[in-house]
Design a protein around this ligand. Structure first.
Ligand code: G3H
Ligand code: ZN
Length: 296
């Protein structure tokens, strides 16, 4: 199947009151596992490569991207590629040639005016080059080992009126919102601010994106989808599954030396995790016109 476009997948999902799952991949096995999980559900999916993953691959985007593109083309479900949490413009500029239809430009740690100016410039470039651009306002937190911001710290939550101005001024296609999640959680204990989510949905006419979704329990994920989140980002959950399976395999068979043995276990575990997330999102989909209020 030809590569899908993130913007199309998210627009189609939003029209049907669904959300698209977007998984962060680090290795070829991640890409294979996510696609396998999506195929098991018969659902479209987004493969994300973060700037940190590029850094892990010695600063090179193309090798992993090309592997993801070829894996996506062999998939039986629509698969799109998204470049995630980009802060470096030179990396953003590699997106079109590496098969990405979308990117998240992350200037969320900058003061509001600086975030706005940098994001506007990135969006202008992106749109000239056929890239759907996501940005972040408010801080989801937890990136790169940073402690999550307290709920009441300045910038810890996305302000709806500020967000409306930000989207209008930057022209971004989607907005990552800070509503109670944090990156890299290893327990699924996050509680979302559903009232804020409802106000953001009412204030904005672009798709909303939930980052740090590994820490969100299934019932909260369903409520987020019902409230209008259109893209759900999951990374750590895959890594928990992979590492647990590899660790278990190595403990069970201390003499193993063939990495295919334990990587297969890791890949299978990631595939199950991806399928479970997608199934949760699908179970949250509401008939068109029947979206529930996030506050209810
Ligand atoms: O952009 C990627 C996500 O926000 C992933 O967050 O690793 O906490 O699931 P997570
Ligand atoms: Zn994120």
């Amino acid at each position: 199947m030809p590569l899908a476009a993130t913007g199309t997948l998210v627009a189609e999902a939003s029209a049907e009151r669904r959300a698209v799952a977007a998984f962060n991949i680090i290795t070829l096995e991640h890409a294979e596992a996510v696609i396998e999980g999506a195929e098991a559900c018969g659902s479209p999916v987004i493969l994300q490569v973060s700037q940190n993953a590029v850094k892990f691959h010695h600063g090179r985007l193309a090798p992993l991207a090309r592997a993801a593109v070829e894996s996506a083309r062999l998939a039986s479900v629509p698969v799109a590629l998204h470049l995630d949490h980009v802060t470096a413009s030179p990396l953003l500029r590699q997106a079109p040639d590496c098969g990405f239809s979308s990117a998240m430009f992350d200037a969320s740690r900058l003061p509001y005016e600086d975030n706005l100016a940098a994001t506007r410039e990135a969006a202008e470039w992106a749109h000239r080059n056929g890239i759907w651009l996501e940005a972040e306002l408010g801080q989801v937190g937890g990136k790169d080992g940073a402690a999550p911001l307290g709920a009441h710290e300045p910038g810890a939550r996305t302000d709806p009126l500020e967000a409306r101005d930000f989207v209008a001024a930057t022209g971004v296609d989607a907005l990552a919102v800070a509503v109670g999640t944090s990156h890299a959680m290893t327990t699924r204990t996050a509680r979302l601010d559903h009232g804020l989510l409802a106000r953001l949905r009412d204030a904005l006419d672009v798709p909303l994106v939930l980052h740090g979704s590994s820490g969100v329990p299934d019932d909260e994920l369903r409520r987020a989808v019902a409230a209008g989140i259109g893209k759900i980002n999951v990374g750590t959950g895959l890594n928990i599954a992979m590492t647990g399976a590899v660790r278990g395999h190595l403990a069970d068979d201390p003499r193993v030396v063939d990495p295919r043995k334990y990587l297969a276990a890791g890949r299978t575990a990631m595939s199950r995790t991806a399928a479970a997330v997608i199934a949760t999102l699908e179970s949250a989909a509401t008939p068109a016109g029947a979206r529930t209020s996030a506050g209810t």
